[in-house]
Design a binder for this molecule. Structure first.
Ligand SMILES: Cc1cc2nc3c(=O)[nH]c(=O)nc-3n(C[C@H](O)[C@H](O)[C@H](O)COP(=O)(O)OP(=O)(O)OC[C@H]3O[C@@H](n4cnc5c(N)ncnc54)[C@H](O)[C@@H]3O)c2cc1C
Length: 414
């Protein structure tokens, strides 16, 4: 059996769904395959930055369709001294941060892709790819898919990258994240987004992100191989470290004594190596985690997945589906002039956060005045690109005064 379309998207996470929706809107025929069936679990902190929220709004997502959606108005961050400091986000101008279970968010995005006219095929894993002078051919789930171009949105382990011989030997991600849901958390944990830069995890951190119904996504991330990894915990230590982290008095106090762990904890690698990654190959463009596009300082990758997915689709439709060389060139050029620069800066700052002195000093500087607190929160949550000051081409009027997302009161945004 042969399925033919202009564009084949491999993977229907945020990157793939965003690409599919954008491509359909510009008139391309789109098939999306995913090995999972939705809703599916995805190990994540579930935190949505301002950048991610603006992209979700542009894609037509309605927060009311996500039962776990929780808007966040302030960010609480503690340095190695463990005292939470409030960093306020703008008020009354839309949403600047939110949290939503990935199982629900990703399923809603897949629904939007279908509604936009994409042919979404679930339970269908990629098996092989062959690139030809005029098309690509893919075998998946016992069928053949033919397209002019592929957007590879198949996550951290990107089978597309492997099949094309572009995987980095021994690469297992740059961060490793570990998370568990807790129900019946304290009023504080059910409202506030908290981050603790624990001295033994630097530049990693512990998080508690609030969800609806007195639930929180709690977890921690550590950097692999660099930073203070010589002295810090290894990936193998994470499971044994978890009960210890949960018992730390400042964390336990926020979660509350009645907090109860839900389902088993999960851990996954996080790829944050955009500047040194092959981003395209003939008729294939890598996006999201498959492009290793998560932020190297925070491990946030949903916004980057949405942005790269939308960018790849818009470039393909702009240059025309029969111009893969132009599409791949433009995609690489755009990322290298923008997001790659953001990641280089974030990578440098992550090195500063890797020591206790660096983390303490950074937080002290960011919390000096109400102005620095407000602006740090907006920078951290990607209200504007991280390295925007160093990339004048991205300057635009009103950049620092933009509205958040969903400025119309969303039906469910408390
Ligand atoms: C513990 C942890 C916490 C995190 N916390 C946050 C956070 O709070 N905020 C944030 O912004 N980011 C966070 N991230 C990062 C974020 O989860 C990722 O960056 C994001 O999921 C990337 O989206 P994606 O669409 O590129 O990939 P994915 O969401 O991984 O989607 C890839 C899709 O490809 C499919 N696929 C895989 N193999 C195949 C195959 N062979 N054939 C077909 N389909 C296939 C998968 O089924 C999947 O649906 C966290 C990550 C981890 C691990």
């Amino acid at each position: 059996m042969l399925t033919t379309s202009d564009l084949l998207v491999i993977g229907a996470g945020p990157a793939g769904s965003a690409a599919a929706i954008s491509a359909r809107r510009s008139g391309l025929t789109v098939t999306v395959i995913d090995k999972a069936s939705f809703p599916r679990e995805k190990c994540c902190g579930d935190g949505l930055t301002t950048g991610a929220l603006r992209h979700l709004e542009e894609l037509g997502l309605d927060p009311a369709m996500i039962p776990s959606w929780r808007t966040v108005s302030d960010v609480q961050v503690a340095g190695p001294e463990r005292k939470l400091i409030t960093f306020p986000l703008p008020k009354g101008r839309g949403q600047f941060a939110a949290v939503a279970r990935r199982s629900e968010l990703d399923a809603a995005l897949v629904n939007l892709a279908r509604a936009a006219g994409a042919h979404v095929v679930e339970n269908t894993a990629l098996e092989s790819i062959s690139q030809h002078s005029d098309r690509v051919e893919v075998r998946a789930g016992g069928r053949t898919y033919e397209a002019k171009m592929i957007i590879a949105a198949d996550g951290m382990w990107s089978p597309t990258r492997k099949l094309l011989g572009l995987a980095t030997e021994g690469y297992r991600g740059d961060w490793h994240g570990f998370r568990q849901y807790f129900r019946n958390v304290s009023p504080q944990a059910s409202q506030e987004l908290c981050v603790w830069f624990e001295p033994d995890l630097l530049p990693g951190y512990v998080w508690s992100f609030p969800l609806a119904d007195n639930t929180a996504n709690v977890g921690f991330g550590i950097l692999r191989n660099t930073g203070n990894r010589d002295s810090g915990p290894s990936i193998q230590d994470m499971k044994t470290l978890w009960p210890d982290i949960l018992q730390r008095p400042h964390i336990r106090k926020v979660l509350g004594n009645d907090a109860m762990a839900e389902a088993p904890h999960k851990a996954l690698p996080i790829p944050a190596r955009l500047p040194n990654t092959v981003l395209t190959d003939r008729r294939v463009i890598f996006v999201g985690d498959a492009a290793r596009a998560t932020d190297p300082m925070t491990g946030e990758g949903i916004g980057q997945a949405l942005e790269t997915g939308m960018l790849a689709a818009s470039i393909i439709s702009e240059v025309g589906i029969d111009s893969p060389d132009q599409a791949t060139t433009n995609y690489e050029r755009t990322l290298r002039a923008g997001m790659v620069r953001d990641h280089q800066l974030a990578g440098l700052l992550s090195k500063v956060l890797a020591t206790k002195i660096g983390a303490s000093a950074s937080l002290r500087i960011c919390s000096l005045t109400p102005w620095t607190r407000r602006n740090f929160a907006r920078w951290l949550f990607e209200d504007y690109p991280r390295a925007v000051l160093g990339t004048p081409k991205r300057w635009e009027r009103g950049l620092f005064h933009r509205q958040g997302a969903f400025t119309e009161p969303a039906s469910k945004s408390t």
